[in-house]
Write a protein that binds this ligand. Sequence first.
Ligand SMILES: Cc1cc2nc3c(=O)[nH]c(=O)nc-3n(C[C@H](O)[C@H](O)[C@H](O)COP(=O)(O)O)c2cc1C
Length: 330
Amino acid sequence: MQKESSFKIYFAPLQESTDYIYRSAHAKFFGGVDKYFAPYIVRQNDGTVKTSHLRDIKSENNQGYLLIPQILAGNSTDFIFLTKILHDNGYNEINWNLGCPYPMVTNKGLGSGLLPFPERIKSILEEAIPKIDCKISVKMRTGLQSHDEIFQIIDILNEFPLSEIILHPRFGKQLYRGEPDEAVFAEVHKTLNHPLVYNGDIESAENLDRLNLLFGDINTWMIGRGILKNPFFPNLLKNGATPEIEEKAIILRNFHDEIIHKYSTLLCGSSHLLMRMEKFWSYFCFGFPDPHKTFKRIKKASNLLKYEAAVNENFQRLRNHEEDECSPNS
Ligand SMILES: Cc1cc2nc3c(=O)[nH]c(=O)nc-3n(C[C@H](O)[C@H](O)[C@H](O)COP(=O)(O)O)c2cc1C
């Protein structure tokens, strides 16, 4: 029987990357993730939710792993509407996005655009929580304009029965610039009464060891890009090992093939498929020697035949490289 880890890994949601096809393949070939988070669903101007968003959270598309769906809502009506859709689809825990930093979202008072308005956050929770039947967690940044904003929100969050808070300690305007602010995270940790999860830039075991030393009593880590770049990462963190090269290349290849096969039945036309696979390789290339060239080969492929050749070459180079590394003369 496998030993249970003393810590948990959550797979962060990334629009256009961690959809149900990717998540299902990741759970099947790699595992090691305690909760997968779906990218947000949102209510459109006409009041509906996109079909692709609904498809992404349908339970028949998300078998074999624990999924927490996410909503993007800036008022209680939308919050209740979206939560009800998800509850009707069988979910008992839903995550509220207070982190998205992109101006198209924040300018509408959504995502981290709500963080400068603690009273709005309070009234949304006050109105929505009594009317919904599932657990609510929050994924957030420290503010929109500055880290200071979160300190006006902690007391409000403490008033409500939230299941956990996932904090990426950058503020919205930073996008992904600078470093996550560990001191701010530590400050929040002191006064927040909910279970707290750390998120931001975890890309190596050394990284996590350091964070563990800093935040000894945090036992849940959310990782996004680190897993997209190295899908073995959760298992590596939990079990300390990745498979031998030949097995590793086979698993990566099967993972890739399953994903492209599923996209080819979903997407219309080869250009959509190539665009989707380019996005996939923008992270996946980091598991290959010379990621930049690996990705360039994929980008250059103007049709599916050329794409297939580029993929074959990338995998051949991966095997050759690892053989060279392992050879006694290297
Ligand atoms: C392209 C992209 C799309 C993202 N989409 C979402 C999203 O839908 N919901 C969300 O909560 N966070 C989203 N995020 C933020 C990630 O979930 C995560 O918080 C961020 O990447 C930091 O974690 P990491 O350094 O481990 O990747 C997105 C990030 C990127 C780069």
